[in-house]
Design a protein around this ligand. Structure first.
Ligand SMILES: Cc1cc2nc3c(=O)[nH]c(=O)nc-3n(C[C@H](O)[C@H](O)[C@H](O)COP(=O)(O)OP(=O)(O)OC[C@H]3O[C@@H](n4cnc5c(N)ncnc54)[C@H](O)[C@@H]3O)c2cc1C
Length: 339
């Protein structure tokens, strides 16, 4: 059951520096010179809230990528370019973001959750003595104040959260908001930063990239996910073939990654990734709440399960009751024939 609660203590009202509209600054991460989908999604959401929207792009050689944030709702993009920001390390980014917050006067700083963003958000909170609400799955303006929404109690309830000081920091659950390209352009402003000695002490020694083909589950429009119903690691061949026929990515439940059938990086759910593809095909997945919270934002959910009472049929758009070992290969064959 999902219900909406409010924290009984801690006022939702802001700290009294005036209500909305205010400036929302979004930390925009780059990978291989491109802005990531997560940050652009948060930027697009910020653009719907009615205040000033700005992006912060920190790195080396990221100016051009930063300028593209204008199309996703930023009116200003603050760029810090420095070799100290070339490696994806958090500490120099805390210095850089602190400088951008000072320059922009932003009352709100939001991040799309990632390993790097979570570290930067925590570091900035400590640096500024600011409050950080994390794992947000929505944000809105109510009565002139910013209100965050986050799941609690094992994702069974949604809780409204507020801030009691500025700047308000928010870390948004990955995959929550889709980027919406609305056109427009941003003014790009360079910000100078002086790094703290301790911020540049860590160096990146090595960087290993997991080999994969096709889109990542965070970026894929189509996901074929496998659960314990696949019967063993070899069952994932069915997922991979179907995903390949659809140009999609393969995901998994925690039960199967815990069993070593598939890598942890593919896990969707409460303790895995949150995804929102256009199409999510679940093969042999029961639909436990902890899995559901990671994929319920998918456009269309198709479930194939031999148990007509499987919980996944309660929220699937299309349910097929039957043996996946027979149905999945047929589906792949039909798709390939159509291509
Ligand atoms: C704190 C906590 C966090 C968790 N986090 C996550 C998380 O992030 N992600 C996650 O996924 N889970 C998570 N879980 C685990 C979750 O509760 C479930 O145990 C898990 O999702 C079940 O995985 P499953 O659907 O693969 O397996 P099962 O629940 O065993 O379901 C297998 C399904 O396959 C069907 N099936 C079997 N054979 C066939 C066949 N031949 N053809 C068609 N269907 C078949 C069965 O009918 C069944 O419905 C978490 C649990 C806890 C307590």
């Amino acid at each position: 059951m999902r219900a909406s609660l409010r924290f009984a203590e801690g006022p939702l009202r802001g700290p009294g520096r005036g209500g909305w509209p205010m400036t929302m600054l979004v930390f925009l991460e780059t990978h291989d010179g491109e802005l990531t989908k997560g940050g652009l999604g948060v930027l697009s959401k910020a653009a719907t809230l009615g205040g000033e929207v700005a992006g912060a792009v920190l790195g080396s050689g990221v100016r051009d990528a930063g300028a593209r944030a204008g199309a996703f709702g930023a009116s200003t993009v603050y760029v810090v370019e420095d070799d100290a920001l070339a490696a994806p390390l958090p500490q120099p980014r805390v210095d850089a973001l602190e400088a951008v917050v000072a320059e922009s006067g932003a009352e709100n700083v939001f991040f799309a959750a990632s390993v790097l963003a979570a570290d930067v958000a925590a570091g900035l909170a400590a640096r500024l003595g600011a409050g950080l609400n994390w794992d947000l799955t929505d944000v809105r303006v109510e009565g002139g104040e910013l209100v965050g929404v986050r799941p609690a109690l094992g994702d069974t309830v949604l809780v409204d959260v507020g801030w009691s000081s500025t700047p308000r920091l928010g870390l948004v659950r990955s995959g929550t908001f889709d980027p919406v390209e609305a056109g427009g352009s941003a003014e790009v402003r360079d910000v100078a930063v002086t790094f703290q000695d301790f911020s540049t002490q860590a160096t990146l020694v090595d960087h290993l990239q997991e080999e994969s083909s096709g889109p990542s589950i965070e970026d894929a429009d189509v996901i074929v996910a496998g659960g314990r119903g696949l019967g063993g690691p070899e069952g994932f061949t069915l997922c991979e073939e179907l995903a390949s026929a659809l140009g999609g990515a393969v995901a998994a439940t925690r039960a199967v990654v815990d069993a070593g059938w598939y890598p942890y990086s593919a896990q969707v759910g409460q303790t895995g990734k949150t995804v929102s593809p256009k199409l999510y095909i679940a093969l042999g997945i029961s639909g436990a709440i902890q899995h559901k919270v990671g994929m319920q934002g998918s456009g269309t959910i198709v479930a194939i399960n031999k148990d007509p009472n499987a919980p996944i049929f309660d929220f699937a758009d299309l349910g097929v009751v039957g043996d996946l070992a027979q149905i999945a290969p047929k589906l792949t064959e039909l798709l390939r024939a159509r291509q």
